[in-house]
Design a protein around this ligand. Structure first.
Ligand code: ATP
Ligand code: MG
Length: 346
């Protein structure tokens, strides 16, 4: 028997990759971005260093997000990024065995998409790969007691997907994955600023606006922010002042789509579990759940108390880490077919 394990829990997200190393805690927390030299194919940077290069690179260098809407969109780049991150996480010496890895996937993925995550992790150096549904991991990481039969609801609003699930007895009773999340809000802000103010702003600036002055529920004070962009007509640099009131109007629609989906999941849930959820409350996780007013919006729409988890960006990674405790009982390979059975032995 090994004296230590080098098993990893991996939250492979559209915006961020977090890795939990067994016995050590979170050892990687990086933006999900890769920069590569187009001529040589060599990886130049991954994570935060690569993110700083987004939209700033000379012709031969490309910095990109290898995932879109929760799904791998560039296999090769995902493999190279994970390779670097696994190395950091295991501090590989010649004697360390390849890690076993638990990775979270959005609840709506197809079997083909699950296989692509498994293959990417194996190519990146994993010995064995186990999948866990993202909202289940998020609920575990948020500290919910999901073992007992009582129902809990988790709404995980990430960068690419919003995962909504009712959890009970270590499993997912009802779930839905919506491709409306942080990136959709950024894109909506970018489109609005161009249309309304005639200024083109970058993705990173749009995200900054969302975080600084974004809101999805009315608030008393009005905030404003100056942002720099490019005049859509002349191409010259131009500054524009944005207010939280106008950004609220922009974000209302995508936020409503998320709230509608939460209601639709509740409608598909058995009356017993809905009654549990209304007692236990709804737990919000994921980076974008910190957008001002999300809990208030969901309370208004559902009539159920909503609680923002502690450290909402890290819940999924902590949950993947916690699930390493029963890795020996988990089933390898795609979980679509046997999804409900996997965790029961825990
Ligand atoms: N304080 C904040 N306020 C609003 N949004 C935030 C804040 N902090 C982070 N975000 C947003 O959270 C999103 C990233 O969240 P997270 O790291 O949970 O996503 P992910 O797990 O990588 O994506 P996914 O689970 O969808 O694949 C980004 O859109 C980011 O802009
Ligand atoms: Mg996520």
């Amino acid at each position: 028997m090994l004296l230590f394990s080098n098993d990893l829990g991996v939250d492979l997200g559209t915006s961020n990759v977090l890795i939990y190393a067994d016995g050590k805690g979170l050892v990687v927390r990086e933006p999900c971005v890769v920069a590569v030299d187009r001529n040589t194919g060599k990886i130049l940077q991954v994570g935060a260093a690569a993110r700083n290069m987004l939209n700033r690179t000379p012709g031969n260098v490309v910095a990109m997000h290898p995932l879109r809407e929760g799904i791998i969109s560039d296999h090769e780049m995902t493999v190279r990024m994970l390779q670097e991150m696994f190395k950091t996480a295991t501090k590989a010496s010649v004697f360390t065995p390849k890690p076993r890895v638990v990775i979270s996937v959005p609840s709506g993925v197809t079997e083909v998409e699950e296989r692509s995550v498994i293959n990417a992790a194996i190519e990146a150096g994993a010995r064995r790969v186990f999948l866990i549904e993202e909202p289940l991991a998020a609920g575990l990481g948020a500290g919910l007691d999901i073992k007992d039969p009582s129902g809990h609801m988790v709404v995980d609003i990430g960068g690419g997907t919003t995962d909504i699930a009712v959890l009970s007895m270590n499993g997912v009773a009802v779930s839905s994955s919506l491709k409306v999340a942080g990136d959709s809000f950024d894109e909506a802000i970018g489109r609005y600023v161009r249309r309304q103010h005639g200024v083109v702003i970058g993705q990173v600036t749009a995200e900054d606006v969302k975080i600084q002055i974004g809101q999805v529920y009315p608030r008393h004070e009005e905030l404003s922010m100056n942002v720099k962009g490019r005049d859509a007509k002349t191409g010259m640099p131009k500054m524009v002042t944005l207010t939280s009131t106008e950004i609220y109007e922009v974000l209302r629609r995508p936020a409503r789509m998320i709230a509608d989906e939460v209601l639709s999941v509740l409608e598909q849930t058995s009356p017993e579990l809905v009654s549990d959820v209304s007692e236990n409350g709804i737990t919000l996780t994921g980076g974008c759940s910190q957008l001002w007013g999300f809990a208030e919006l969901l309370i208004e729409r559902t009539g159920i108390p909503c609680i923002l988890a502690d450290d909402p960006d890290s819940c999924t990674a902590y949950g993947c880490g916690k699930s390493l405790a029963w890795i020996n009982h988990m089933q390898e390979g795609p979980i679509n077919i046997a999804r409900r059975r996997i965790m029961r032995n825990g």
